[in-house]
Design a protein around this ligand. Sequence first.
Ligand SMILES: [Ca+2]
Ligand SMILES: [Ca+2]
Ligand SMILES: [Ca+2]
Ligand SMILES: [Ca+2]
Length: 356
Amino acid sequence: MKFLLSGLLVIFMLACSLPSTVPTEIATAVTEEAPTEIITATEAVIQHEIIPVNLPNERNSHAGDFDSSTTADKKSAAGGDRFTFGRFERPFNANTMDTYFPEIDIVDTMVYQDETWIYGEITVKGNETQTLNGKYALELDLDLDGKGDWLVIANSPTSTDWSVAGVQVYQDENHGVGDLSAMYTDENAASTDGFEKLVFDQGQGEDADSAWVRISPSDLNTIEISVKRSVLGNPEKYLINMWAGHSLLTPGLFDINDHFTHEQAGEADPGLEIFYPIKEVAEIDNSCRMAVGFQPTGFEPGLCEVFVPNEVVSSPQGCKANPRQILACTFNSDPSYSCNWNKNSCSCECEFIGPK
Ligand SMILES: [Ca+2]
Ligand SMILES: [Ca+2]
Ligand SMILES: [Ca+2]
Ligand SMILES: [Ca+2]
């Protein structure tokens, strides 16, 4: 008996509740005549065993982000945009910055976890129509080196019910993300392939329940993304930050500040005259990194300021420093200078980049 499955659409009705949008699953079969030929059939069925319910009452961490609606009329980010440090606040269009995108302007982030899931909550400024037609992502760094290891990305969530539609999980298996220096810009790194391994795609993958998205039932400007801890190898500690954006938010482009030069990327602060306005790196926002499951030293790259101790401690390179000095260096208030912390010499190195 020979079966030709090509083109046969089989629709099953499942007794269990499924997300409102059910993506198709590709099944494969091999015919007897042509054993090397793979013939695909489309079956609109994904068997889900575990679906998230509600987030835990207690959150693990919380970090705010800049609300650029307050400065949109000035064609400027509200703060927190430092390309060379991997911090973005660019919910604007390229070149003119005269269009502000409230659906990709992150204003708050939270992380929760329970035995099965890690949940990220991204609250955006939002618009009146409450259309969340951006991409939203959690970036997780499991070995705490400031270079992301996993990206859980959700495209245009539409429902307050959990769904796998539009949700993908990527891994940086070959450790290309971040290139040489975590968070800081490396030159000529455009050849790295970012998060290159697609582990889960809308229900397809080793675990059909790997990751989910919904719009929060209690706040229509909050996106909730959940990822199974087992998919990530059950991490006990990690750094996590969040992203929102349009087409630029692409797994293969990480780290974005390695992939583009400062000149290509532009700047969102009019004070940085040489680089202003934003150019190829536009319509994107990210948040600082929260520490979950461990006490950070303060030297973790990209760490949120709330976690940074205000005392002199030994850096991983052995010199003594106050981690807040490092933050003050990187986010210096004088736009005429671009400053970066040199972790080898333990000093703040500034470069004059133009008049005020
Ligand atoms: Ca931001
Ligand atoms: Ca923001
Ligand atoms: Ca890492
Ligand atoms: Ca880098």
